[in-house]
Design a protein. Structure first.
Length: 528
């Protein structure tokens, strides 16, 4: 097409960039690559991560496979999810990679936490074995692998709830091998990033209007109509007409929900986003949930992670020990040989219950916004991941995982799914193997066999990598010919990380990537 495009179009900010895109091939191609998810409503991964596992016997429903009922969750620490059962999925039987022990049978011998968190979302070994407080993984984490395909800037929205500073013993997000990603720690920073209205200097007038919910098409309609009057071929006129239709389709959700009204509905204002961060139980968690939901509603990011702090003191819950020491049952980071904290098992359940309530809050807010034929939750996969199963045993088989949202029908919902063998029952672990008498005894060393609080190592060992493949495929991440996620790929993702057998991590593992059972978990698939 030969014409003198109105220079104003290219200076208008967000609206102008959208209108100019079809005439600038490099911009159009970049936008297409950044929108890796299928056409239609956005597909998102929204993850919540907490440390030290759970008191598994009070966390897991007795039903490991089948349709969930309210009675399955009653009396459990996840009972706050009862209202959301129709959109809830509880995958059972999964193991994350690189479990620590003195013998190193199931992973490296670096550290019970450094290697666990380093490998959790990377499925890569950490280096070196003697780097207890310094070891980092040999590859990027799931959030970055997804964002590299789905976000124009290649970065996830990674939020540290409570603004804690992560060390290798608690960091989970890595943009590349050995490169930890700090993300954002304060609500005001997240809000500023979303609105571009605070602390960033003056904002373009049209960008302001779009951020406040005005249609991009309405803003630039006059410019499009002016372009249509230019002497051009019929095919070029059709291109403009098609682009107007596309703007109508892709900005419908923005017009309806990405607005000041949505922020108000989520109770996001100068007071709530500026609240002190000293106590995450005093509203900070809820505000961060609201910001994650606003980011989803505005389609600002399709990969959103909320990371809770390690070694946190839940004093407002009446607990005087930090969560790490509590998970060891004796109030410190040593493994056995000391007296149980009085009533420690009930205290762990209290923390578990609070975490489940935060996830329920996130799910409820996602489900409160309409999008397409369903809600934002229906178009998302919201998942609560935990660092390990039982925090005293440090075992990584039988992971407690909560998943909400079908992600456009990709996942089953309303069910527990035993991905290991489909049986209706599965061990819920042995978390009361220590301190079951209320706290009058000493804690046995879980690594010496006595008083093991974990799940028998012979069960619940389906590699977590496979579930990650489900999540990536659901939101539109593509793989290369070998099945590894890759920008520019066209195949489904079938492999992630370096190995899918935790025993291969021993000593840092072989140099070649090895997968014994590639592919996603078909048992979790819905009809979409």
């Amino acid at each position: 097409m030969t014409m003198n495009l109105n220079r104003r179009i290219f200076l208008r900010g967000l609206g102008g960039a959208v209108v100019a895109a079809p005439f600038l091939s490099s911009v159009a191609e970049q936008n297409a690559k950044a929108q890796g998810a299928p056409a239609g409503d956005p597909r998102r991964l929204i993850a919540m991560f907490t440390h030290y596992g759970a008191f598994t016997q009070k966390w897991f429903p007795d039903k490991a496979h089948g349709a969930l009922q309210a009675s399955d969750l009653e009396g459990k620490s996840i009972k706050s999810l009862v209202p959301h059962i129709p959109k809830l999925l509880i995958p059972r039987g999964l193991r994350s990679m690189n479990e620590w022990s003195f013998s190193g049978e199931l992973g490296q011998t670096t550290d019970p936490h450094t290697q666990t968190v380093g490998s959790f979302f990377t499925c890569q070994p950490v280096t070196p074995d003697d780097g207890k407080f310094t070891a980092t993984p040999l590859g990027p984490s799931l959030d970055h692998v997804c964002a590299q395909q789905l976000q124009a800037d290649g970065a996830p929205l990674f939020m540290r709830v409570g603004n804690g500073n992560d060390s290798p013993q608690s960091a989970i997000s890595y943009s590349a091998a050995g490169t930890a990603f700090a993300g954002i720690g304060t609500p005001s920073q997240v809000f500023t990033q979303l609105t571009k209205l605070y602390g960033q200097g003056p904002v373009n007038e049209d960008t302001y209007k779009v951020a406040r919910g005005k249609s991009v098409l309405d803003i630039v309609r006059a410019d499009l109509e002016s372009l249509a009057l230019v002497n051009m071929s019929g095919s070029d006129k059709q291109k403009i007409s098609d682009w107007k239709d596309l703007l109508t389709d892709v900005t419908q959700t923005v017009r309806a929900e990405c607005s000041e009204e949505s922020a108000t509905k989520l109770d996001l204002n100068s007071q709530t986003i500026g609240a002190p961060l000293t106590d995450i139980t005093a509203g900070v968690s809820s505000v961060m949930n609201s910001l994650a939901v606003l980011a989803a509603v505005c389609d600002a990011n399709r990969v959103i992670f909320l990371k809770y702090p390690g070694a946190y003191f839940f004093r407002s819950l009446g607990i005087q020990n930090d969560a790490h020491g509590l998970s060891h049952r004796q109030g410190d980071a040593f493994m056995g040989g000391r007296a149980c904290v009085a009533g420690v098992n009930d205290l762990i359940v209290k923390v578990d219950t609070w975490y489940a309530e935060q996830f329920a809050d996130l799910v409820q807010k996602l489900d409160s916004f309409n999008e397409g034929s369903g809600t934002v939750l229906d178009n998302s996969a919201a998942v609560h991941f935990q660092e390990m199963s039982d925090g005293n045993s440090h075992n990584q088989n039988n992971l407690p995982i909560l998943h909400a949202g079908s992600c456009g029908g990709y996942f089953k919902v309303g069910q527990a799914v035993n991905v290991e063998n489909g049986e209706a029952t599965m061990s819920s672990g042995n978390s009361d193997g220590a301190c079951a008498d209320g706290g009058t005894s000493n804690v046995p060393d879980p690594n010496q066999g006595a008083g093991d609080t974990g799940t028998p190592k012979t069960i619940a060992n389906v590699p977590l990598n496979k579930y990650f493949c489900n999540l990536m495929n659901a939101i539109g991440v593509k793989g290369d010919a070998d099945g590894f996620p890759a920008k520019g790929g066209s195949e489904p993702v079938r492999k992630f990380g370096k190995y899918d057998d935790t025993k291969l991590f021993k000593g840092g593992g072989p140099s070649a990537s090895t997968f014994t059972n590639p592919g996603e978990l078909e048992a979790l698939r819905g009809n979409g």
